[in-house]
Design a protein around this ligand. Structure first.
Ligand SMILES: NC(=O)c1ccc[n+]([C@@H]2O[C@H](COP(=O)([O-])OP(=O)(O)OC[C@H]3O[C@@H](n4cnc5c(N)ncnc54)[C@H](OP(=O)(O)O)[C@@H]3O)[C@@H](O)[C@H]2O)c1
Length: 264
């Protein structure tokens, strides 16, 4: 049986990946912070599918925990990595403590880089394997600093896909639009501000992503509506994109610039 390591598999998109991969016959290594929740997921999955589930509780922004997860790629073969763990922030960059901004940068960028590196070295030696990095359509827009991190994930994955194709290793950036998960509740965003047609279902998203991986795509944008929106975004003025793409986020300006515009 091949083995897949999924980060953030207790909820949302990660959980949908864990279910899909178990259905496809993968043994699983489940990685996130809440060990009790991971054990529940492992019990659910092993009840439904004839696969093994290993629980690896880790805060990926903690150096020692991250090193333990990297070590797992050396102790037994991992044929598929899904870099999925992440969180968003409602407040603008300047209103968050810099430590929180650093944590987000760590989880969305540095952890993706480190785990991809740990995963692809043995995959190159074996001449096979795949990495799915969960990015976002936000990476094509200007939605807070989150967009910058996800733009990096998409570019990083597409670049690696080209470089590693000849070595038998597939890399794909998955770029979802809005998906019903715990993501928006965790960041305190009012989901009712987003029109209902823009929401995707996590299981459908993952099914579409899985097909795109089999087709050898380097960038997957599930659903026709988001494919069309992303094409339209290329021809829309940057200032308009910036305004529309901050829906649901706190858009307050720094105190000094707000005061300036009030003439103080
Ligand atoms: N939902 C959307 O609309 C949407 C759209 C585009 C892209 N995405 C991306 O999709 C990915 C999954 O998000 P989701 O929507 O499924 O959100 P979610 O339901 O909130 O899941 C996020 C997962 O990440 C784990 N996690 C968070 N911090 C972690 C840490 N420091 N170490 C280890 N695990 C950590 C969480 O588990 P613990 O709390 O137990 O650690 C949780 O299982 C993220 O990368 C997100 O940016 C989401």
């Amino acid at each position: 049986m091949p083995t897949a390591l999924v980060t953030g598999p207790a909820t949302g998109i990660g959980r949908a990946f864990a279910d899909k991969l178990a259905l496809e016959g993968y043994d699983l290594v489940l990685v996130s912070r809440d060990e009790a929740r991971l054990k529940e997921v492992a019990a659910d999955i092993t009840r439904l599918h004839d696969v093994e589930c290993e629980v690896l509780a880790a805060d990926l922004t903690d150096a020692a925990d991250l090193a333990r997860v990297e070590e797992r790629f050396r102790t037994g073969p991992i044929e598929l990595l899904v870099n999925n763990a992440g969180f968003g922030q409602k407040k603008p960059f300047w209103e968050n403590p810099v430590e929180v901004e650093e944590k987000q940068l760590d989880l969305l960028v540095r952890v993706v880089l480190r785990l991809t590196h740990a995963a692809v070295l043995p995959m190159i030696e074996r001449g096979s394997g795949a990495v799915i990095n969960v990015s976002s359509v936000a990476g094509f827009l200007q939605r807070n600093i989150y967009s910058a991190h996800k733009a990096w994930v998409t570019s990083f994955s597409a670049g690696l896909a080209t470089g590693l194709h000849a070595q038998g290793v597939a890399v794909m950036a998955l770029c979802p639009g809005f998906v019903h998960t715990e993501f928006h509740e965790r960041m305190g965003m009012d989901k009712s501000l987003i029109p209902s047609f823009m929401w995707l279902d996590a299981d459908e998203l993952v099914a579409a992503a899985w097909k795109d991986l089999q087709r050898g795509k380097a960038i997957s944008i599930p659903s026709r509506r988001y494919k069309l929106l992303m094409v339209a975004a290329r021809f829309t003025p940057r200032a308009l994109i910036a305004r529309v793409s901050t829906v649901g986020l706190d858009g307050r300006r720094p105190a000094s610039s707000a005061a300036k515009s009030r003439g103080e």
